[in-house]
Ligand binder design. Structure first.
Ligand code: GDP
Ligand code: GDP
Length: 444
């Protein structure tokens, strides 16, 4: 071990400050250190610019690393990033990307943001130089960086720095980290995970076997999270798709085998690991109370749902109309879920499943431009103002599912939020994916 004798043997959490020159990193660093006597360790030989100081907030002690100056010099960003700065980011528990709210998004900001998104580290965007309320609406444009809601602060005056530090501390590992196990090889984000759920005997196995049968090669089975769970990755025209927990589905469907294999608990576990769910319903029985209960639970998990009315080929026109009416009535809370009519037995309509799943997953991960979002929200407000409140601006803070934060002078009633959701969907589509809208109060 080197120089710093009073460091405990376990490594302290590390907060790294990154950003282009002059955005206020040093000022923020001093703000975080506060009145404590700053132990500014210039570590010569590592890099001239890198500073490490000790910060403390809410009882947590952590190192703050200023990677300042790492953008100095010409050439492509990737070349400019010093090995030390990269390592600082890689080792950081939280990275603060500092940007200048008075200037707005610059190309350099975007490049750094891209680098950080690829690093996979938790990042907070700090919109600095928000010295007063009037500047707050300027910060939303930084959501464009794709790193979540920006945190407005004034490093110079201390405004918002407490809120920021709360966020930082809440993202630190709870305990001094034990040696991290090697990351499990998971299918990348490009491979959507699908759970096939439904009551026993609705035709899940038959459907699954047809999906993996249709001149598609099963690329591989891979272990799921529980001991007996197996996932199946299938190559499709639209890329690989991972079906979650398929052991029970791969057994030959036998008549009369009223398998309870896919009990509710098991289905819910599968849904937790899935990007989207295929909810299979036996159209010959219509939408039962049990289907309804399962649909509610799946919906609560937040992922998009594709409703599959199976055994469609056996129904006459009246029966079909009847089932459609039941879906509208008993599954109305699924609102935007597509409804597919298929026969797993004959293959009728099955070709529509994968495109529907793909669309659901794409929309689930979708991010819309902030400026356009605000145009849509302002148009909605102009057409129909919120009772007793005014919307200042809106941002999309997250995906999976798309989650919007609406900044308003007063809270908004649920009916108004539903209205906003409808308008957002009219403007952007979003298909089957659920949306979340939350409201934060801001003085105008
Ligand atoms: P760094 O080089 O990115 O670390 O930036 P500095 O911390 O050196 O700050 C650059 C300039 O921005 C200095 O003149 C600071 O006084 C100024 N500055 C930093 N934070 C704020 C702030 O919150 N509000 C305002 N108005 N100016 C700030
Ligand atoms: P699971 O328990 O949900 O996996 O259901 P299975 O796939 O085992 O199917 C239950 C029964 O429904 C079996 O007898 C299947 O042959 C039958 N079945 C499945 N899909 C269809 C369909 O589209 N049409 C008809 N008529 N029967 C089907």
């Amino acid at each position: 071990m080197t120089a710093v004798a009073d460091h405990p043997p376990v490594r302290r959490p590390v907060v790294a400050l990154v950003g282009r020159p002059n955005v206020g990193k040093s000022t923020l660093l001093n703000r975080i250190v506060g009145r404590r006597e700053a132990i500014v360790e210039e570590r010569p030989g590592v890099t001239r610019d890198r500073k490490v100081v000790e910060g403390e907030w809410a009882g947590r002690v952590f190192d703050v690393v200023d990677t300042g100056g790492w953008l100095a010099g010409g050439g492509r960003l990737e070349q400019q990033v010093s090995a030390q700065a990269e390592r600082a980011i890689a080792q950081a528990d939280v990275v603060l990307l500092v940007v200048d709210a008075a200037v707005g998004v610059t190309e350099e900001d975007e490049q750094v943001a891209g680098l950080l998104r690829r690093s996979g580290r938790p990042v907070l965007v700090v919109a600095n130089k928000v010295d007063s309320d009037t500047r707050e609406p300027d910060v939303w444009e930084f959501t464009r960086l794709g790193l979540g809601d920006p945190w407005p602060v004034s490093a110079l005056h201390g405004r918002g720095s407490g809120d920021l530090l709360d966020q930082v501390v809440s993202r630190l590992p709870a305990e001094p980290e034990p040696a991290a196990p090697a990351d499990q090889e998971e299918e990348g984000p490009g491979c959507p995970a699908v759970a096939i759920v439904g009551r026993p005997n609705v035709g899940k196995s038959t459907l699954f076997n047809r999906l993996i049968g249709e001149d598609r090669s099963v690329t591989h089975d891979m272990p799921g999270t529980t001991r007996d769970a197996i996932d199946t990755v299938v190559e499709t025209d639209e890329g690989p798709v991972r079906f979650v927990d398929t052991a029970g589905l791969r057994r030959r469907a036998r008549a009369g085998e009223a398998t309870e294999y896919y009990s509710l608990v098991r289905a819910l576990k599968a849904i937790d690991r899935a990007d989207t769910a295929l909810l299979v319903i036996d159209a010959t029985e219509g939408v039962t109370h049990q289907d309804q209960r399962l649909a509610e639970r799946v919906d609560a998990a937040g992922s998009p749902i594709v409703i599959v009315l199976n055994k469609w080929e056996t129904l006459d026109a009246d029966a079909r109309a009847n089932v459609i009416a039941q879906v509208a009535d008993r599954l109305s809370f699924l609102g935007y879920a597509p409804v597919l009519k298929v026969s797993a037995l004959t293959g009728l309509g099955v070709h529509k499943l994968l495109p529907a799943l793909r669309q659901a997953v794409t929309e689930y991960h979708r991010r819309v431009p902030t400026a356009e979002l605000n145009r849509a929200v302002q148009a909605a407000q102009a057409a129909h103002p919120a009772p007793g409140s005014r919307i200042l601006y809106a941002t999309q803070g997250a995906v999976d599912p798309p989650t919007f934060t609406v900044f308003a002078t007063r809270t908004l009633p649920p009916t108004y939020l539903r209205y906003l959701e409808r308008r957002i969907r009219e403007h952007f589509g979003f298909g089957p994916t659920p949306l979340k809208i939350r409201v934060r109060r801001r003085s105008s």
